[in-house]
Design a protein around this ligand. Structure first.
Ligand code: ZN
Length: 455
């Protein structure tokens, strides 16, 4: 079994049970698993591969608990629209997507995630246009090398029923459930150190009927996989569920059986005290997506309050249509800053280390994984390094705090299960051939098609 020794690390943030931070640290890894974490001189001096990280800080790999990779090529689109208008205007673009285009979007999105220190991505894919299958997404994710949690999504309410999506992008309940079950059977690997998992992911309470929400939550529990949906994202959603069900979004989802089991929701911006209690009672966590919430004017999730109430909170970037940058490190920075301006906040303020915890252990808890999220013996070696001598970090007094407080756009190196995926700020596998040209060709094609439709 191959061994890897990372040594002479300037500062290591382990995020272990004691939240140890070690100077001149080293990590000894065997077959992708962390065997020892200590000062460099206390570790073995030989290994199959030795990497000297003098002048670098090392942190646990960040975990993105909510994304829509198919949206990656829709950045800076509908820039000033509010939530409903934004969604309605994006669907005409998404109905044009084809499998090779989505694969291109996934490749670009995962590359961006890897370069920002992310080592695990949960992708909520709720559209399957023009023959797209789970295999298309899985194949591309494997080629980039991050751990991949595929949310097999669906919706069964479309324009004809008052929903947001074109009719051809909605599925019948039977088709949605059987395709989702098929993805789980084919791809879900529940083992420790798994690189590929599948979870059940209805789009939202406004685009999926209560019956399908109930049945899909049952499916997730019966197959012992995660369950995930957008919930309590906008004030309009609360108006909708109050009018239709006489309940808040969280209460309604609870009444459909969506919170029990391995469930977590995206956003949770609008949660009452009793909603928070329901989430605590059921163990359902919240994936915080601050950029997206601000981008579409959805509001501000007070995550410090949630955490104090006992709600599990993780972090996600959301899709590129509502967060034009898929950078999990800067997203953690934003989460930290935003938590500081929540109403009633007083010092000591939400700290950089709190934000790091949300982006690592917090997200790992949402994905029900105890094998990633920290650098400690027995966990997988998912981690990244940042060189402290770069201009944006010069003068920093606290290396770990600086990773979150300073605007660090790229990591220098990153490993997933002990395998290096980012080296010297570039993806080891590199981008597939002509990626930039292919993206530009697609943008030209989609612009022309939309122009034709408008005419
Ligand atoms: Zn989303």
């Amino acid at each position: 079994m191959p061994t890897l020794l990372l040594r002479n690390i300037h500062t290591l943030a382990t995020m272990d049970g004691q939240r140890r931070e070690i100077r001149n640290a080293g990590i000894f890894i065997r077959d992708g698993w962390i065997q020892q974490v200590a000062e460099t001189e206390q570790l073995p001096q030989t290994a199959d591969e030795i990497v000297d990280l003098r002048g670098h800080m090392v942190l646990p790999g960040l975990i993105n608990a909510h994304h829509h990779l198919f949206q990656t090529l829709d950045r800076a689109c509908q820039c000033n629209a509010g939530f409903v208008d934004w969604l309605r205007k994006l669907y005409p673009r998404w109905r044009l997507l084809r499998p090779p285009i989505v694969q291109m979007a996934v490749e670009v999105g995962l590359t961006e995630m890897a370069l920002s220190g992310c080592t695990t991505v949960a992708d909520h894919n709720y559209l399957w246009p023009n023959g797209l299958t789970a295999k298309h997404l899985v194949d591309t994710a494997r080629s980039v090398g991050l751990r991949f949690h595929l949310g097999h999504g669906f919706q069964n309410i479309s324009n004809k029923d008052g929903g947001f999506a074109p009719d051809e992008l909605a599925e019948s309940s039977e088709v949605a459930l059987s395709r989702c079950a098929q993805s789980i059977e084919e791809f879900h690997d529940p083992s420790r150190g798994s690189h590929l998992q599948v979870f059940v992911a209805p789009s939202s309470i406004r685009s999926v009927t209560p019956d399908l929400l109930r049945r899909s939550a049952d499916l997730a529990r019966s197959m012992d996989v995660g369950f995930h949906m957008h919930l309590a994202e906008t004030a309009g959603e609360t108006v909708f569920t109050r009018e239709k069900f006489g309940l808040s979004p969280v209460e309604a989802a609870h009444s459909f059986g969506c919170l029990e089991g391995k469930s977590w929701i995206a956003h949770g911006v609008h949660l009452s005290d009793s909603d928070q209690r329901l989430l605590v009672q059921t163990g359902c966590g919240v994936c915080h997506c601050p950029s997206s919430n601000m981008r579409v004017g959805a509001g501000h999730a007070p995550i410090r309050t949630y955490r104090k109430a006992g709600v599990k909170v993780g972090l996600g970037v959301d899709g590129a249509a509502s967060n034009d940058g898929a950078n999990l490190l800067t997203e953690a920075r934003l989460a930290m800053l935003l938590a500081r301006i929540a109403p009633g906040e007083v010092p000591p303020l939400f700290s950089p280390r709190n934000a790091l915890e949300v982006a690592t252990l917090g997200s790992a808890a949402l994905l029900r994984r105890d094998d990633i999220g920290a650098i400690e013996v027995g966990r997988a070696a998912d981690l990244f390094s940042i060189n402290l001598s770069r201009p944006e970090l010069l003068g920093a007094n606290d290396a770990i705090a600086a990773a979150l407080l300073c605007a660090v756009n790229h990591v220098d190196n990153s490993w997933v299960h002990g395998r290096q995926i980012v080296k010297d700020r570039a993806l080891v596998n590199g981008n597939s051939q002509n990626l930039v040209e292919r993206v530009q060709d697609w943008k030209t094609e989609v612009d022309a098609a939309l122009l034709l439709r408008e005419v």
